[in-house]
Write a protein that binds this ligand. Structure first.
Ligand SMILES: [Zn+2]
Ligand SMILES: [Zn+2]
Length: 224
């Protein structure tokens, strides 16, 4: 069990993206980097004296990567990671959906890509597994460590991600949701929008076991 894990969350940007700061008392990573409007003070306060090892993305939709270039300037030398199937979203305004919102924006290319489902990496003493969970976009991933899973826009509280977008696939997300639900029932989950578990204690609502029935029976399709 990850007794050393520390998880903090901020909900940022007009799109209400949950960004997570996860690690131990020495090292952390940021999961998703929404717009911070050049104000990184809240993030800096949470990170404190710990080393920011990397910034990782659950997928490449603009609401989750809006702060990518600002973060590059603010956190110099910190590498950014995304699944290879969403890498083009940093540099292609159609792929990241901004072209459809009337204000095409592109960002600097990603530094590193995840290519293999199940590949692992360490943040301090915490080991994370990259679960490729396509459907909402083809390069969606979840980050799993024992007891906790960060699901991006694939799985929400009482719902799943929308699949009516470019690079979405409803059949794929069904398979991906089943894959997430194979994790232990008491796994706390942390979606890319809206309600999340209050970790490390968590709430019963935030346990994956509670989501199995509600998400599968729900027709909710929410989130960008
Ligand atoms: Zn989103
Ligand atoms: Zn999305």
């Amino acid at each position: 069990m990850n007794n050393n894990i520390k998880i903090d969350a901020l909900t940022l940007s007009p799109y209400g993206v949950n960004t997570y700061i996860v690690g131990d008392d020495k090292e952390v990573m940021i999961i998703d980097m929404p717009a911070c409007e050049s104000d990184f003070s809240m993030l800096d306060k949470i990170i404190g004296g710990r080393k920011l090892a990397r910034i990782v993305y659950t997928h490449g939709h603009f609401d989750h990567i809006q702060g990518a270039d600002d973060a590059r300037s603010h956190y110099k030398g910190v590498k950014q990671y995304i699944h290879e199937d969403d890498a083009s979203m940093l540099t292609d305004a159609s792929d990241n959906l901004t072209a459809y919102f009337g204000a095409p924006i592109v960002y600097q290319p990603i530094d590193e890509v995840f290519s293999n489902d199940g590949q692992t990496f360490d943040i301090g003493s915490i080991n994370f597994t990259v679960m490729h969970t396509p459907g909402h976009s083809s390069g969606c991933v979840c980050y799993y460590t024992e007891g906790h899973v960060f699901t991006g826009d694939t799985l929400f509280y009482m719902g799943v991600g929308r699949t009516d977008l470019i690079h979405s696939n409803h059949r794929d997300i069904e398979v991906s949701i089943q894959k997430i639900f194979q994790l232990p029932n008491d796994t706390l989950f942390y979606p890319g929008h809206e309600k999340y578990a209050t970790s490390p204690q968590g709430t019963s609502d935030g346990h994956l076991g509670k989501q199995r029935v509600s998400s599968i029976n729900s027709n909710l399709l929410a989130g960008d």
